[in-house]
Design a protein around this ligand. Sequence first.
Ligand SMILES: Nc1nc2c(ncn2[C@@H]2O[C@H](COP(=O)(O)OP(=O)(O)OP(=O)(O)O)[C@@H](O)[C@H]2O)c(=O)[nH]1
Ligand SMILES: [Zn+2]
Length: 235
Amino acid sequence: MNTREPAASQDTPALAASSTEPDGDEALDYLAARLINGKLTGRPVENAVDLGRIERAVREILIAVGEDPDRDGLLQTPARVARAYAELFAGLRVDPKQVLTTTFEANHEELVLVRDIDVMSLCEHHLLPFRGSAHIGYIPGPDGRITGLSKLARLVEVFARRPQVQERLTSQIADLLMERLNPRGVIVVLECEHMCMAMRGIQKSGAKTITSAVRGTLQRDAKSRAEAMALIIPR
Ligand SMILES: Nc1nc2c(ncn2[C@@H]2O[C@H](COP(=O)(O)OP(=O)(O)OP(=O)(O)O)[C@@H](O)[C@H]2O)c(=O)[nH]1
Ligand SMILES: [Zn+2]
């Protein structure tokens, strides 16, 4: 893979361009291993991005804001930031479709809902974090197939580790679930606080942005949607 090219678009992640790239569960386990204990087995995620280029850019930023990048405390900072960005944007290198390859027959045709999945992402406007919870529900299709609960959280992770806006993050999760699980309906609700509104600009901390994406029968049928919503955001 030519790591000097701009990252792939949101819809076509730059995954598996070469056979040495991790793909599917391997890439996800890989990302998970990094997130959980900082240890990697195999090829580091960092290798997929141009760390040197990020380092040079960060050094420039430090100079531009009036810092001395050669002072002791900042010497390692460009390299650290480069590694951090590799991790924070690792979702660009993972094909989200690979998350939902495992499905099970359960003959369950009613709502499955996972609430309060931790979400941390970076807004694409300021590259500042936004953070909160995702709630994901779906009604399995006529074949009653379900997926592993952790896969829903992994899906959030893959899409969140990209430069994002909350609205797109929400609909990407919903659309992929529709595509891969062929369910009767999907509902995704995200509630997040954006640091770009808290630390800078208007400086309103505590404001929560709520976005939803509803598909299939949950979109068409107001009663089922209200029932799902009541479970997601109890009064
Ligand atoms: N819709 C949406 N807006 C976002 C998200 N994250 C950040 N923003 C907004 O993106 C907008 C960018 O607006 P601009 O006017 O181009 O940038 P700005 O001058 O930094 O804006 P201020 O934050 O108002 O100072 C801001 O209003 C942010 O609050 C998001 O996930 N969704
Ligand atoms: Zn922002």
